[in-house]
Design a protein around this ligand. Structure first.
Ligand code: ASP
Ligand code: MG
Length: 451
C-alpha cells in the first residue's frame, strides 16, 4: 500500500449542506468529485441541509422527553439511504447512539456545550458515512474519516473550539499513517476532536474552516467551497437581479463585504488558506461549469467600474454627545468599555470634537447600553437605519468615488446620515434611513457598476 507523501493531495473540495441535502445532490457531488480525480481531492462535507438545526432542536426537546426532531432526522437520512439504494442499516449505530443520548438526557438534563457538540456533530458523521458509501458503489475509492481522527485536534472550548499549535503537524502525521494515496478521504466538517477523543465544533458554518485547515496543513494547491450560488456578486441578486459575479477578489475585500452582510462565506473561516497563500474558490454545485469567485491574498482587478460591490447591513445609530469630551483623553475608552460589558460589537463609528456616533446591528442590549452611557453623556438612538457598504475599485481615486456617491444620492433625494471612510480606503460605509437603502443601492449599482 502506498501511503501519503506531502503533495499527494492537491485540492480540498468542501460541500455545504445544500450540496448534500438529498440523494440527487449526493449523486451530483459524486460526479463533481469524479471529474476532479486527476487533481487528487480531499473531500470535506457538511451535514445534510437543515440537520444541524434539527439536532440542536432535538437537544432542546430532550429536556421534555420529546423526540420529534430526532424522528425527522432519522426519516430524512433513511430516505436518502433508500434513494441511493445503500444498505438499510448503514447508519444504524449512529442513529441508536443519538437516540439513546437524547432519551437519557431527559434524566441527565445536561445543558453544557460538551454534549451539545457531541450531538450536533452527528449530522456530519452521518452525511460523510452515506456519501463515502455511495461513492464506493459508483467505483470510487472513497473512505469516511472523522476530522479528529485525521489530526484535527482542538482545545476543549466546546461550541467554539480552537486548533492546537501543532494541529497542522498532527494532520500531516495522521495522513501519512492512515490515508492511502489512492483513497479519496471523505471527512466530516464542522469541527474536530480534543486529545481525549471528544467531538468539538467550531462556530456554525465551521466546515469551511475545516476545509481550509486541511488545505493549509497539507499545502493543497486550491480549496474549493462548493455551495448553492456561483460565488460573490456585486450585490445581492435579490435586490439587483443583474448583479455581476466578481471573478477574482482579494481576501481583504471579501472580508469587508462579509462583515457588512454578504453571507456566501465567512472570511474568518478561510484565513488558514489565505495565510498559506492557497487560493479559495467559491463554486456552485448546481452549476459546476461556472468558474465561481476566486479569493486570493492580493490581486489586481480587471474591472473598469468605480466600485466593485455593494451590500446592506442593519443598523441602529447611537449618538453620544458630551462637552466633557473636549480636549480630554480616555473618553472613547470609557464609552467603549460599556459596549464591551454587554459583549456588543460596534460596526461603524464617526467622531467629532464632542460627539461619537456609532452603529450596532440589533436592538439587543441597546436600552441597557444607553442607560449606562447616560452616566457620562447625552445619548440619542435612531432606529430603522441601514449601513450601505460600498467596496471601491482600488484603481480609482477615492475622492472621485465619494463625489459620485453624493451626486447620485442627491439626485434621488436620499439623505446620508453618517459616512465612514478610512485613510487607505477600500470601503466606504454610508448610513441611510431603512426605507432609502434599497433605492440607493439600486441606483449606485446602475450608475457605478452597470455603466
Ligand atoms: N453543519 C454545520 C452548520 O450547519 C457546519 C457547516 O455546515 O459548516 O453550521
Ligand atoms: Mg456554510
Amino acid at each position: 500500500m502506498l501511503f501519503v507523501e506531502l503533495g499527494d493531495f492537491m485540492i480540498v473540495m468542501k460541500f455545504g449542506g445544500s450540496s448534500v441535502r438529498d440523494a440527487e445532490m449526493i449523486k451530483k457531488v459524486t460526479e463533481i468529485v469524479r471529474s476532479s480525480l486527476d487533481r487528487k481531492p480531499i473531500v470535506v462535507v457538511s451535514a445534510c441541509q437543515g440537520i444541524t438545526d434539527l439536532l440542536l432542536k432535538a437537544i432542546d426537546e430532550s429536556f421534555q422527553n420529546k423526540l420529534d426532531a430526532y424522528l425527522e432526522i432519522e426519516k430524512r437520512h433513511r430516505k436518502i439511504i433508500n434513494d441511493l439504494k445503500l444498505k438499510e442499516n448503514l447508519i444504524e449505530d449512529l442513529l441508536s447512539e443519538l437516540k439513546n443520548l437524547l432519551t437519557a438526557n431527559y434524566f441527565i438534563k445536561e445543558k453544557g456545550n460538551r454534549l451539545r457538540d457531541h450531538i450536533a456533530f452527528f449530522g456530519e458523521r452521518m452525511s460523510s458515512t452515506i456519501i463515502a458509501e455511495y461513492m464506493k458503489t459508483t467505483g470510487l475509492n472513497a473512505k469516511q474519516f472523522d476530522s479528529g481522527d485525521l489530526g484535527l485536534i482542538t482545545d476543549d472550548n466546546f461550541g467554539n473550539a480552537s486548533i492546537m499549535h501543532n494541529t497542522y503537524e498532527l494532520i500531516r502525521k495522521a495522513f501519512k499513517e492512515k490515508v492511502n494515496n489512492q483513497t479519496i478521504p471523505i471527512i466530516t466538517g464542522f469541527g474536530g476532536k480534543t486529545l481525549n477523543n471528544e467531538y468539538t465544533t467550531f462556530d456554525r458554518g465551521g466546515s469551511d474552516y475545516v476545509a481550509s485547515i486541511f488545505g493549509a496543513a497539507l499545502n493543497a494547491e486550491e480549496i474549493q467551497i462548493w455551495t448553492d450560488v456561483s460565488g460573490i456578486y456585486s450585490c445581492d441578486p435579490r435586490i439587483v437581479p443583474n448583479a455581476k459575479k466578481i471573478e477574482l477578489m482579494a481576501f481583504e475585500e471579501a472580508s469587508e463585504l462579509a462583515y457588512f452582510g454578504a453571507k456566501v462565506l465567512h472570511p474568518k473561516t478561510i484565513l488558514p488558506a489565505i495565510e498559506s497563500k492557497i487560493p479559495v474558490k467559491v463554486l456552485n454545485t448546481f452549476d459546476p461549469e461556472d468558474k465561481g469567485t476566486t479569493i486570493v491574498d492580493k490581486c489586481e482587478h480587471n474591472e473598469t467600474t468605480k466600485i466593485l460591490a455593494l451590500s446592506i447591513k442593519n443598523a441602529i445609530v447611537i449618538e453620544v454627545k458630551s462637552t466633557r469630551m473636549l480636549d480630554t483623553y480616555g473618553y472613547l475608552e470609557k464609552a467603549f468599555a460599556i459596549f464591551s460589558k454587554y459583549k456588543k460589537s460596534v460596526d461603524m463609528i464617526t467622531t467629532s470634537e464632542i460627539t461619537i456616533t456609532l452603529t450596532v446591528d440589533s436592538d439587543k442590549f441597546v436600552k441597557q447600553i444607553s442607560e449606562d452611557l447616560k452616566q457620562i453623556a447625552n445619548v440619542k438612538t435612531y432606529g430603522n437605519q441601514k449601513i450601505v457598504y460600498v467596496l471601491c475599485n482600488p484603481k480609482f481615486d477615492k475622492n472621485e468615488i465619494v463625489s459620485s456617491i453624493f451626486r447620485i444620492s442627491q439626485e434621488i433625494k436620499v439623505n446620508i446620515h453618517m459616512l465612514s471612510m478610512c485613510y487607505d480606503t477600500i470601503s466606504i460605509g454610508l448610513v441611510v434611513d431603512d426605507k432609502d437603502s434599497v433605492k440607493l443601492v439600486k441606483e449606485l449599482h446602475k450608475k457605478l457598476i452597470e455603466t
